[in-house]
Ligand binder design. Structure first.
Ligand code: ADP
Length: 661
């Protein structure tokens, strides 16, 4: 049996233990007497109230709360509590002077003595500040997800049962609130016809543990509209990392797709319109070239009929005006091709040295009556043979020299050709055209390479031009990998330069080669009085071609349509054939193909196409049909002569001893 003193000892020790526990427990514990004065209070309660122990013991709790501005948890008549009423889970928030906050859930009950009489109140408060903050964060996050604009969020368990969603998803599904989705599957929602495929995607994500991105789908919304959505699904994991379902986001891209479709349609329409414009310009170019051919041809014929001085001047005017018109037609056509992105650039290996000399000499006659000298300086280390698009290089060169002549009233135009940065493999060819002309103001130097830009205003123009040449030259040069630029001093002159990158392996440097002259080339001919078949339906063009060819000592038979042409070809042996492409009964290409078919056992006759169609595909069609060369209308006497020189005698060795006078 335990002694009285031992029991007392034990009781004291239990009391002490309880007291320690009470002081240090995380809940707030306060004991009040019947006057509501504080008898005892643990450290947690003192800390939460920001009190000091010696200041509050024996003080009335209600008055302390009033003093410190705290919500008092004893919100009812305390006598009711003394009579047995309990206050349970009553939340109160302390807001301290330093703005810190504590939210406490209070439970208040009376204390009874041995005689069951109340002698005070026991207040136990649980501080839920941290929990409250955590909930606030959860609520905040929930609100962000629910109200996220545009994006649709939804999460499901491993069986594709919806666990939650945001407002946009609920709206799309025709649900009154986000909570309504819980427990539903896609089979219960308006897009049930796609539910199977969604479930498969969910399972794939769950099984692989990997996200599935950019799944584009059609979705039938509750309002009956079909939406296009792009979804991303990721595995949804619990705190231990186990996959418990899927979390998805989807963006409604219906409007985007519609806009994309509208843009595509607009682009297609624009392309069709652009193509129609290009076709129109190609047709116009063809239609303008045909009469121009007659005008230029007739002028050429008149020139050969010993005109008087006065007539000669008139013919010069006709020829110059025709050439200007031709260059304008060419520029407009090029411009449209460039606009449509159909720039035709090829690379052929050609004699650049010869090309520059030929271009320079073609300008000399224009300068006969002008006090201007046109000089060429071709540096000895510049290769002669280079691989570039010779037609386009010539076009750029002609354009720059043309401008220099146009804008120079007297003095000199120097064309210099040099080779820069020469290594074993690569080099840059630089052509500089320097004139002593009117010059260009500094602020216009950049602009003149823009289309339709001219220095002089529309109403004070002294010089002709459409403002297209430099813009075309720039685009052509850049398409060949080169660059173009200018420096100029107003009133003193301009210096335009073009640089083309070239490969040295395809280049040959010739030194001390004299410039080729026209007479050199003419004397290398091989046939005298060649027999030519001219296939041309247009009477004026017949006259022009016939006259030009007769001046070159050719004997000519004319066929006005395809049938006649094939008949003549079958009956007679020709040294060369010129064929128009547009014929009344069958197209010229068919005629050429027929001729090639029938001449297999005979020697091949050179066939030159004469056409006002100038596009690359037109030329290719001619070559595919079997022509050896193509001359575009209007026929330039020089070009005709050179073509004859090149192709006469190519038919057979037997005839090669003939010469052209
Ligand atoms: P245009 O057909 O008008 O010559 P370009 O595109 O070839 O069109 O040239 C644009 C403008 O640049 C010309 O109108 C002219 O004002 C200026 N320009 C071009 N070359 C020269 C030059 N050598 N000297 C002075 N001005 C020039």
């Amino acid at each position: 049996m335990i002694s009285k003193s031992s029991r007392n000892q034990l009781n004291n020790s239990i009391r002490r233990t309880f007291s320690v526990l009470l002081q240090n427990c995380s809940d707030l514990v306060i004991c009040l007497d019947t006057d509501l004065c504080i008898i005892e209070c643990n450290n947690t309660a003192i800390k939460a109230h920001h009190w000091k122990r010696h200041e509050i013991l024996k003080k009335n709790y209600m008055e302390l709360c009033l003093r410190d501005g705290f919500n008092n948890p004893i919100f009812i008549d305390p006598n009711k509590i003394f009579l047995g009423k309990k206050i349970t889970n009553h939340a109160c928030t302390f807001i301290h002077k330093d703005k810190t906050e504590h939210t406490v859930i209070w439970n208040i009950t009376r204390l009874l003595n041995d005689k069951k009489e109340p002698y005070g109140l026991l207040m136990v408060g649980h501080d839920i500040t941290d929990i409250k903050e955590a909930w606030a964060q959860v609520y905040h996050l929930d609100s962000i997800i629910k109200n996220a604009p545009g994006l649709i969020y939804y999460w499901k368990d491993r069986n594709s049962v919806h666990l939650g969603c945001n407002n946009s998803f609920a709206q799309l599904a025709g649900l009154k609130s986000c909570e309504e989705v819980v427990g539903k599957t896609d089979f219960d929602l308006p897009w049930k016809s796609q539910a199977d495929s969604y479930r498969k995607d969910d399972q794939q994500v769950i099984e692989s543990g990997k996200p599935k991105s950019n799944i584009e789908d059609l979705l039938i919304a509750a309002d009956g509209t079909t939406r296009i959505v792009v979804a991303n699904k990721v595995p949804l994991r619990d705190i231990e990392g186990n996959i418990v379902g899927t979390l998805s986001t989807a963006a409604d891209i219906t409007q985007l797709k519609e806009a994309e479709q509208a843009t595509l349609e607009a682009k297609n329409k624009a392309e069709i319109a652009n193509q129609a414009k290009a076709n129109f310009l190609a047709t116009m170019s063809h239609e303008l070239r045909t009469p121009l051919n007659a005008i230029m041809g007739m002028a050429q014929i008149l020139l050969c009929q010993n005109p008087t001085q006065e007539q000669q001047e008139c013919i010069d005017i006709i020829q110059n005006a025709s050439l200007n018109l031709l260059s304008l037609i060419n520029d407009i056509l090029d411009f449209t091709r460039l606009e449509a992105g159909k720039l035709e650039i090829s690379a052929d290996r050609f004699d650049f040295y010869e090309l520059t000399h030929a271009v320079i000499s073609s300008f000399q006659h224009q300068l006969d009556h002008k006090p201007i000298k046109l000089l060429l300086d071709y540096s000895s280390d510049t290769p002669h043979y280079i691989a570039l698009d010779s037609r386009r290089v010539r076009q750029v060169l002609i354009n720059l020299i043309n401008n220099a002549i146009k804008f120079t009233l007297k003095g000199e135009i120097n064309v210099s050709v040099t080779c820069l940065e020469q290594t074993k493999k690569d080099a840059i060819i630089r052509i500089t055209i320097t004139d002593t002309g009117i010059g260009i103001p500094n602020d216009k130097l950049e602009q003149i390479f823009e289309r339709f830009t001219q220095v002089e205003s529309q109403y004070s123009r002294r010089f002709e031009g459409a403002g297209l040449g430099l813009s075309i030259s720039k685009q052509l040069t850049e398409a060949m990998g080169g660059s173009i630029g200018v420096s100029s001093t107003l009133g003193e002159g301009s210096s335009f330069w073009v640089e083309f990158p070239i490969k040295m392996s395809t280049s040959i440097v010739k030194q001390d080669t004299p410039a080729p002259s026209d007479s050199d080339k003419l004397n290398s001919s091989a046939i005298k009085n060649p027999q030519i078949l001219l296939i041309e339906d247009n009477l004026l063009n017949q006259m022009v071609a016939k006259s030009l060819l007769q001046q070159l000592n050719c004997r000519i038979d004319i066929a006005s349509d395809g049938k006649q042409a094939l008949q003549l070809f079958a009956d007679k042996d020709y040294d060369l054939i010129f064929s128009d492409i547009g014929l009344p009964d069958m197209d010229g290409l068919t005629v050429i193909r027929e001729m090639r078919k029938h001449e297999q056992e005979k020697a091949t006759t050179p066939i030159i196409a004469l056409t006002a169609h100038v596009l690359k595909e037109d030329r290719e069609n001619c070559f595919n049909a079997g022509t050896d060369a193509v001359i575009t209308k209007p026929i330039m006497p020089e070009e005709l002569k050179m073509t004859l020189k090149q192709w006469l005698g190519k038919k057979s060795i037997k005839k090669a001893n003939l010469t052209l006078d």
